[in-house]
Design a protein around this ligand. Structure first.
Ligand code: NAD
Length: 260
């Protein structure tokens, strides 16, 4: 069902995006990797995924904060694979600071990478998806797309915005064989979160273990990090024919965080 389809996963050189890219490759889907990192490490990952799963794997270093590069990513994928069947808008960054001192350039970057890039990529691929009568748009928001925490104004605003964008697109493409859904993870131990653990330990003068227990997982009813593989399996399911009636959903996979 997903064999020989193509998927673009933004921000897939690490963390959740890389897990999603691997999970699609395991289904026989050709993959476009995107994100930053050391060229030789990315090439190793690219070659390893292609070899393990016998699929084509491209890498495009497009900076998701640059609309022209986002459109270039869509163009390259269509040129090489002939079509873009699935996109996963996953690239994201975080910055934690009180509103009064929130750096303007961080606000702009977070909104550009976590929200506007999804708009530009969706806009670029929808015409082709409509023409073929099939498409799957999967956005990675956060529990912070459904609820808020202090000091994360830009992130929470962008993730709420992503869910709004997703619902609107879902309505517009509902009769074209295209679905658009958002996954809302709780805390996942990726490089993005490792950095936050270190930053918060410093800011609060507490140990990394205390940050995990008392700050991060305090809201997650299930006192454990969400696993990348769990999120990847959900993304794959959303791309299948069995998920054709699921659209416009914001699906929490957050260990019960947003139940409060
Ligand atoms: P990560 O830092 O491990 O990975 C982020 C990826 O985005 C990397 O590949 C990075 O190179 C890429 N990226 C960053 N800026 C980019 C840019 N300008 N252009 C292109 N790529 C760029 O982070 P992660 O934890 O895997 O996060 C992935 C997504 O999941 C993000 O949208 C994040 O907000 C969301 N999320 C993460 C968690 C968590 O606990 N880790 C929870 C909820 C939601």
């Amino acid at each position: 069902m997903l064999k020989d389809r193509s998927v673009i996963v933004t921000g897939s050189t690490s963390g959740i995006g890389l897990g999603i890219a691997r999970a699609f490759a395991a289904q026989g889907t050709h993959v476009v990797l995107n994100g930053f990192g050391k060229a030789e490490e990315i090439e190793q990952i690219r070659a390893e995924i292609a070899r393990t799963h016998g699929v084509k794997v491209l890498y495009d270093p497009a900076d998701m904060s640059k609309p022209e590069q986002v459109r270039g990513l869509a163009r390259l994928t269509a040129e090489v694979f002939g079509h873009v069947d699935i996109i996963v808008n996953n690239a994201g960054v975080q910055h934690v600071a009180p509103i009064e001192s929130f750096p303007d350039e961080k606000w702009d970057a977070i909104v550009a990478i976590n929200l506007s890039s999804a708009y530009h990529l969706i806009k670029a691929v929808v015409p082709g998806m409509k023409a073929r009568g099939f498409g799957r748009i999967i956005n990675v928001a956060s529990a912070h797309g459904l609820t808020a925490s202090p000091f994360k104004s830009a992130y929470v605003a962008a993730k709420h915005g992503l869910i709004g964008l997703s619902k609107t697109v879902a309505l517009e493409v509902a009769n074209d064989g295209i679905t658009c859904n958002t996954i809302c993870p709780g805390y996942v131990k990726t490089p993005l979160v490792e950095q936050q653990i270190a930053d918060q330990a410093k800011a609060h003068g507490i140990s990394p273990e205390q940050v995990v227990r008392d700050v991060m997982l305090s809201h997650q009813a299930r006192k454990a990090f969400v696993q990348v593989e769990e999120l990847a399996a959900l993304a794959v399911f959303l791309a299948t024919d069995q998920a054709a009636s699921m659209t416009g959903s914001a699906i929490a996979m957050d260990g019960g965080w947003t139940l409060h």
